[in-house]
Design a binder for this molecule. Structure first.
Ligand code: PEP
Length: 257
C-alpha cells in the first residue's frame, strides 16, 4: 500500500490582490505555527491569482514558509502572440509546483472543452508543473447519467497522451457542490474518487493509480473535512470559499488534530 501525502489546496479564485495576499499568507503561517501544526504530515497548496504569484513566491521564500504555490490556469501555448495568456514556462520560473486545470468555472464561463483541458495538461507537463485536473458533473448530469460517467469521461480525455510516470493530481468537484454550501456526502465523494483512481490506473498503469492523489472539492469546511479524509480514496481537498478565511483554512489543514 502506497502512502499518499494529503494535499489541502486553497483556490483563491479572483480574490485577494497582491497586498492582501501578503497579509493573508503571513496570518495563515502564524496561525499554523502557533498551533505547532505545520509539519510534513500534510501538504498545503495555495493558488492565488496570477498577479499575486511573484509577491507570494518572494514571501514564501524569504520567510521559509512551506506552502506549495500554484496557479489557477495556464495557456495551452508556451510563448508568442497570444494576448492575455500566461505560459507554463513563466509559472515554473516563479516556483509554481502546481496548476489547476479545467476548473468548472473555466469550463462554464470560458468555454473550456475536454480537448482544451487535455492541451493544458500537456502544457503543464512540458514545464514540470503538476496539473490539478478538475472534473465533475452538474446536478442535471448526475440525474441523467449517474454519479461517475461525466467525471470519468472528462478524465479520460484529460489523460490522453500523459506518460505513465507523470506526476498529476485529480480533483473531483461536483458542480452542484461548488460554492453552494450543498456538500457531497463522504460516501458520494468516495464513490467517484475511487472510480477516478481506476481511470488513472487503466490509463497510466497501476503504479500511477496507487500514487496519484485524488482530491474532493465542493463546500469543504473545517466541520466536514475529517469525514472526507476518512475515506480511503480521498487524498485531500480543493477548497474555494473556506480557503479565504485564515482560521477556517488553518482548521481544515489541521483536520487530523
Ligand atoms: C472550488 O471552486 O474549487 C471549490 C471547491 O469551491 P468551494 O469550496 O467554495 O465550494
Amino acid at each position: 500500500v502506497v502512502a499518499r501525502l494529503p494535499l489541502i489546496a486553497g483556490n483563491w479564485k479572483m480574490n485577494l490582490d497582491h497586498q492582501q495576499a501578503i497579509a493573508f499568507v503571513q496570518k495563515l503561517h502564524w496561525a499554523l505555527k502557533e498551533a505547532k501544526h505545520l509539519d510534513d504530515s500534510v501538504e498545503v497548496g495555495i493558488f492565488p491569482p496570477f498577479t499575486d504569484l511573484r509577491t507570494v513566491q518572494t514571501l514564501l521564500d524569504a520567510d521559509k514558509i512551506p506552502f506549495a504555490l500554484g496557479a489557477q490556469d495556464l495557456s495551452t501555448k508556451d510563448s508568442g502572440a497570444y494576448t492575455g495568456e500566461v505560459s507554463g514556462a513563466f509559472l515554473s520560473k516563479l516556483n509554481c509546483a502546481y496548476v489547476i486545470i479545467g476548473h468548472s468555472e473555466r469550463r462554464e464561463y470560458h468555454g473550456e472543452t475536454d480537448e482544451v483541458v487535455a492541451a493544458k495538461v500537456q502544457a503543464a507537463l512540458r514545464h514540470s508543473l503538476v496539473p490539478v485536473i478538475c472534473v465533475g458533473e452538474t446536478l442535471e448530469q448526475r440525474e441523467e447519467s449517474g454519479p461517475t460517467a461525466i467525471s470519468v469521461g472528462q478524465l479520460e480525455v484529460a489523460l490522453e497522451g500523459v506518460p505513465a510516470d507523470a506526476d498529476i493530481v485529480v480533483a473531483y468537484e461536483p458542480v452542484w457542490a461548488i460554492g453552494t454550501g450543498q456538500v457531497a456526502s463522504p460516501e458520494q465523494a468516495q464513490e467517484v474518487c475511487a472510480k477516478l483512481r481506476e481511470v488513472v490506473a487503466a490509463k497510466l498503469g497501476p503504479d500511477a493509480g496507487q500514487r496519484t492523489r485524488v482530491l474532493y472539492g465542493g463546500s469543504v469546511k473545517s466541520a466536514n473535512i475529517a469525514s472526507f479524509m476518512r475515506e480511503p480514496d480521498v487524498d485531500g481537498a480543493l477548497v474555494g470559499g473556506a480557503s479565504l478565511v485564515v482560521d477556517e483554512f488553518a482548521a481544515i489543514i489541521r483536520y487530523q488534530k
